[in-house]
Design a protein around this ligand. Sequence first.
Ligand SMILES: [Zn+2]
Length: 493
Amino acid sequence: MKTFATTIGFFALAVSAVPSTYRRPGLVQSNQLRRDLTRSALLEHAKKLQEFAEVTPEITRVAGSRGHNLTVDYIYDTLVKTGYYDVELQPFTYVFSEGNVTISAAGTSYESQYFQYAPGGTVEAPLISVSNFGCDAADFPTTVSGNIALVSRGTCEFGLKVALAGAAGAKGIIIYNNVLGPVGGGTLGPDERPEGKYIPAGSLSQEDALSLISKLNNGTSITANLDVDALIETRYTNNVIATSKCGDQSNIVFSGGHTDSVQAGPGINDDGSGSMGILEIALQLTKFTVNNAVRFGFWSAEEFGLLGSEHYITTAPAEELAKISLYLNFDMIASPNFGYFIYDGDGSAFNTTGPAGSDHIEHLFEDYLASVGIKTAPTEFDGRSDYGPFLEVNIPSGGLFTGAEGLKTPEEAIWWGGEAGVAYDVNYHAPGDDITNLNMGAWIQNTKAAAHAIATYAVSTEGIPKRTGQQKRGVKSDKPKARCGEDIPIAVM
Ligand SMILES: [Zn+2]
């Protein structure tokens, strides 16, 4: 940041000391915008995020942490300095939750993860195996009362299982995975449930649980110790929203990514890659003019349940939402064992068709990536990231994704290289999601693809249907046009 200020100082001096020449900034073009995006610039942003995560010993940028607040400040300050955008911080409150769980049974300690919003407490009591999936009150035997319920993952959400166990009088609940491996944490959801009160909860891997269950089935009684250390409190955080001062303000081309990580790690791929990719595009875009306003949303508390984007959408007046022509989402675009996935907006692969225009966005990404020789595949358009709230209000959406906990198929390994049978990101939601585990090639290619879409739609949104309530396009903003579109002096020494 210091370097930036010095540059500005020199620039101003140079302009006043010598006759300036002027350059009229041109209308943005995809190839020009892409040319100015570099791996080294992306890596500089990633280094910042890693530094922010490391200001606390936990090495995290979870919403509400110091590492996250520094991330938000960095984005805000960087965009304000350009003068090109109207930048606002959008504060909102949410219920923060973090915790640690230890489980031991019959003298053995087990790996366990915390479920967000589970209350703290220590329980030492017999384990009672629950039949089915614990999604129905009738699944819980009367013997569970006063004891610890042992329940399989699956069929219904974690929160329902925990509430039903609470209603059955259990003092604690352990949810084990329904496939090999650990559950990897999860959320119960912040809201109280009518079915029952939450009780201390922790997770177990399927392997560990099955060995315990086989002993229980032999009639052996097992006393377990479940210790949940939890912090649950109301906090506030900020979205950062930046809109170009120029361009048609009734035809907004919107892109977004989330600024927070999970508690477990620094989140440099998830979603440092998407948020810093669009930040760098936002910086390079300032060299150009646009026909349509370009907006960037840097969402907070995505990992608590898309809370930032949800807050934005639910609090924006309908006439403001009608001005958004489309939304592009970038969440995890540098996975180490990457795939080149595009959200299936036309529903051709997963049968979940997005609002009309989502197909246009999908095809734009397909065509661009094909043109640079990259094979792509569709990915489920299931609302798992910040485009979910946009779909809810019928805004055409799309985006790119390089994969999370899913496993790369042998066919995909032929297309893209990497290892078949291994997760796209083995560090997903884990401490290893750090600066050493990014795929820079995938990151720059996806950032350029994002820039192509932004530049293309910033010039024209033809092909995207006009939305209900959207004004006639081309209506001039009542705001005076600033900077963008004016002559920019060029230093000549
Ligand atoms: Zn994410």
